[in-house]
Ligand binder design. Structure first.
Ligand SMILES: [Zn+2]
Length: 270
């Protein structure tokens, strides 16, 4: 499932192909993903020039000179393919540029979405307006966590996954950040000292930044046979390592919290 680093890597890959290009053709190949495509998606984007690419949490943003931004979400299985040799049945949206490049949004499980939003009202668009500050943004320091977690008895991991509190942190990188910070995932969020929150505040951008860098290096050869963008093999220290050794000499354990697997080390996470 794509998390923030995969979306960031995808956006950077799309930027190389789309930035400054005119969209010669925009073709939805079905009516919907998780929700309907805008009915006039093709008309509104064909002929537009791409002026910016960006990301907000796990939304990718493709800005155009028509005052609209195409907002995509990759859902569970979405990815963009660049210059695919052949289209397959899960390529649900096609873009062609004026210099002959072809992009396909492929989403077998169709939990993704594509919307057109007025660029100057993006911050008020409901799915974005509801989000907390970006997990890679500048706002998250120890004091910020202290204020947000104050009086909360919920497990710290549950609050890290709440997109209204922090936007863009998913299960994998919440596990990895807590592991790096030495904080037990089930600890009551309000009980964590300022000093330990400072470690968490430092760990989140480190862990995400390293994954973005790993994705960036995978971009060098992103023209894989099917042109898939944005997926790379990040190295995890806790996630999906049940029973495997931790650097501290302990062993990684798996528990289930809120229906999701949590991986942590009982020896170095308190
Ligand atoms: Zn450990």
């Amino acid at each position: 499932m794509p998390e923030l680093p995969e979306v960031e890597t995808t956006v950077r890959g799309l930027e190389r192909v789309l930035d400054g290009r005119r969209l010669a053709r925009v073709e939805p190949r079905r009516a919907d993903l998780r929700r309907a495509f805008p009915v006039d998606l093709g008309q509104r984007l064909t002929g537009a020039t791409v002026t910016s690419l960006g990301r907000r949490a796990k939304f990718g943003l493709i800005g155009t000179d028509r005052g609209d931004t195409m907002v995509f979400h990759l859902g569970m299985s979405g990815h963009w393919r660049i210059d695919p040799d052949e289209l397959d049945k899960h390529d649900h949206l096609l873009l062609e540029t004026d210099d002959g490049r072809r992009l396909a949004l492929n989403d077998a499980r169709r939990f993704g979405s594509v919307d057109l939003v007025a660029t100057d009202a993006l911050g008020d668009w409901r799915p974005i307006a509801a989000l907390g500050p970006d997990a890679l943004g500048p706002d998250l320091d120890a004091g910020w966590f202290k204020r947000r977690f104050d009086g909360r008895n919920a497990p710290v991991k549950a609050l890290l996954l709440d997109q209204r509190i922090i936007a863009g942190l998913g299960n994998i990188y919440a596990c990895e950040s807590l592991h790096r910070a030495g904080i037990h995932p089930a600890r009551a969020a309000g009980s964590i000292s300022l000093q330990r929150l400072a470690r968490l505040a430092a760990a989140i951008p480190q862990v995400l930044g390293e994954a973005v860098a790993a994705g960036g290096s995978s971009l060098r050869d992103f023209v894989s046979p099917d042109g898939t963008l944005g997926y790379f093999s990040a190295r995890f220290t806790a996630y999906d390592r049940e029973g495997k050794p931790c650097a501290c000499g302990g062993r990684v354990k798996r528990i289930v919290q809120g229906g999701r697997s949590t991986f942590y080390c009982p020896r170095c996470q308190k």
